[in-house]
Design a binder for this molecule. Structure first.
Ligand SMILES: Nc1ncnc2c1ncn2[C@@H]1O[C@H](COP(=O)(O)OP(=O)(O)O)[C@@H](O)[C@H]1O
Ligand SMILES: [Mg+2]
Length: 559
């Protein structure tokens, strides 16, 4: 009973996935239909050619009719080639467009969703869904589904033709159909489970690959090379295990089908031979028999072979829909327009899990204030900033941005327009220094960037770099020092000139003098932003208007 229930629930899901696929594929339907039309034309023409070849054989004694038939046959052959070329081109273009279309939609969705919800997935897993799963869906919609429809139409046409020649043979050839249907039905569900396992193991494998390459230094520092290679092998073997199981199941089904097919062919052959010997049919009709029996069975086998592919598409669609179901970040209408911004936090309670990190805290930061947040490691400083940044939404209490005119905006994805943020850790991208700084303000001029670098104490060292602003740095600032990377990250925030500046231990890798220079630069920013600075350094505190300490899930003002 439980199993039955589960199957029914699964059916519901399949329907949901199929509906999503239909909706997504709608804009491509015209072109997919055109592609199918080409295929069906090919089938019609080739059936016609079978007829002609029969006539050619039966008229082999020569004469005008024989020549005409040969010419017609030849012309049709050329036409078939042309249709083949056009449809191959069309399908290549369509498949590129479709598969990028679906990837773009998933990517778009990921970057517009709540950061916390997306962060639950490993980057490697997201990559697998974006590439492998999206690819399986594209192959399915462009290849498998149209193929199934074409095979059905083909089957019908061949069957009717065969039926005209010999109803008995036609019915016999169709005996393969129930075998195909039965095998597919029983293997379909199992195959889907295996396919999900294959994709999951692919995700694990990619996650490990991506992470160990990104942290190569750690792998080498601890002499983990052998371990890493072994681990990669284990993960690959895990994937291989599932792929192998899936392949075995596919082979089992195609063997059953192929045997049935061979049997049908032999019977048709024997039946035809007997009819020739008794003079009931011509050699031409015999040729038609054998060709058509072959042709009626191959679409049936083809249909059965599509089943594992449909299963793969549905499995991948499920994994992609899971991402599609993550809620998109809320964007509220923009009310505050002033460039003097304060933050009002009231009765804020938050925990990533059941464990509370901040318990009923309140803090009012007035426009123009310079506030330092201190507290021991792991106490919730970064968490507080993330809430101000609206990276997390599942808190209770109120977080508002306000200006001097009394207008307020509750924190949401749109209020990030007020903020320049320097996150904790190295957050540079590979590319030029200029590209990195420009992320703060996409239309910034070189002059603006140099100005920002002057204030972030980065001017001198960037000037010294071989290509200045155009110097290429590697992933996560590879090629420059940690402190230099921090100063570029600060310049990226400065160039934005937002009314609220948030620094999360942004000067932790700087020496005291350079840090002082950055703080002085910060105070020269025009217009002067409201500042929230998380720090462990006592030296910064002398420049601050207020000092807030987070302790015991609470906040307290240090006088
Ligand atoms: N993504 C997360 N999921 C669950 N717990 C988290 C997450 N990020 C941080 N934490 C926990 O929240 C607490 C506060 O972390 P954080 O705000 O980063 O501390 P810090 O004051 O050092 O910046 C820590 O106990 C940490 O373990
Ligand atoms: Mg922190």
């Amino acid at each position: 009973m439980g199993k039955l229930k589960e199957a029914w629930k699964d059916r519901d899901n399949q329907y949901k996935y199929a509906k999503w696929l239909m909706k997504y594929s709608k804009p491509y339907m015209g072109r997919i239909t055109l592609m199918m039309a080409f295929s069906i034309i090919s089938t019609v023409v080739s059936l016609w050619m079978v007829q002609i070849s029969k006539n050619i054989i039966d008229n082999a004694t020569g004469g005008n009719k024989f020549v005409t038939l040969l010419i017609v046959y030849f012309c049709l052959m050329i036409a078939m080639q042309v249709v083949g070329i056009v449809s191959t081109l069309l399908s290549a273009i369509l498949s590129e467009k479709f598969s990028f279309g679906i990837r773009k939609q998933i990517y778009d969705k990921i970057i517009r969703s709540h950061w916390m919800d997306v962060k639950r997935y490993h980057t490697g897993d997201l990559m697998t869904r974006l590439t492998s799963d999206a690819g399986a869906i594209a192959d399915g919609i462009i290849g498998t589904i149209p193929n199934i429809i074409i095979l059905f139409v083909e089957l019908l046409m061949v069957f009717v033709t065969l039926f005209i020649y010999s109803p008995l043979l036609a019915v016999f050839a169709m005996l393969v159909a129930p075998v195909a249907a039965l095998v597919s039905f029983f293997l379909g569900k199992k195959l889907k489970k295996l396919q999900i396992k294959v994709q999951e193991s692919e995700s694990n494998y990619r996650s490990f690959l991506q992470e160990s390459l990104a942290n190569l230094l750690v792998v080498k520092s601890f002499a983990n090379e052998d371990y890493s290679v072994d681990r990669l092998t284990t993960l690959r073997e895990e994937r291989f295990k599932w792929v192998f199981k899936k392949t075995k199941m596919s082979i089992a089904s195609s063997t059953v089908m192929s045997m049935t097919f061979q049997l049908g062919y032999i019977v048709a052959f024997a039946y035809g031979a007997w009819q020739i010997s008794t003079g009931q049919i011509t050699y031409g009709t015999m040729t038609v028999f054998l060709t058509l029996v072959n042709r009626v069975q191959s679409p049936i086998i083809g249909l059965a072979q599509q089943i594992p592919r449909v299963v793969s598409v549905l499995a991948s669609a499920g994994r992609v829909i899971e991402l599609q179901n993550i809620p998109v970040e809320e964007r509220l209408p923009e009310v505050v327009t002033s460039d003097k911004i304060g933050v009002d936090i009231e009765n804020l309670t938050f925990g990533y899990t059941d464990e509370i990190v901040l318990d009923n805290v309140s803090l009012n930061i007035k426009p123009g204030e310079f506030v330092a947040i201190i507290g021991e490691s792991g106490i919730g400083k970064t968490t507080l900033l993330r809430i101000i940044m609206s990276f997390m939404g599942n808190y209770t209490g109120k977080v508002d941005f306000f200006d001097e005119n009394g207008l307020t905006d509750p924190a949401n994805a749109n209020t990030r327009r007020f903020i320049s943020y320097v996150p904790q850790g190295n957050t540079l991208f590979s590319g030029t220094v200029r590209e990195n700084i420009r992320m703060g303000k996409l239309d910034a001029t070189d002059e603006e960037m140099w100005d920002a670098l002057k204030l972030s104490a980065g001017y001198d060292f960037v000037k010294e770099l071989p290509n200045g602003l155009y110097t290429v740095i590697g992933e996560r600032g590879h090629g420059i020092s940690e402190g230099q990377a921090q100063r570029i990250a600060i310049a990226r925030a400065f160039v934005r000139k937002a009314p609220l500046l948030i620094l999360d231990e942004a000067t932790s890798a700087l020496d005291e003098n350079t840090e002082k220079e950055v703080i002085k630069g910060l105070q020269q920013l025009e217009p002067r932003p409201t500042c929230i600075v998380v720090t462990h350094r006592k030296s910064i505190l002398t420049y601050c208007d207020r000092e807030i300490k987070i302790e015991n899930k609470n906040m307290e003002e240090i006088q």
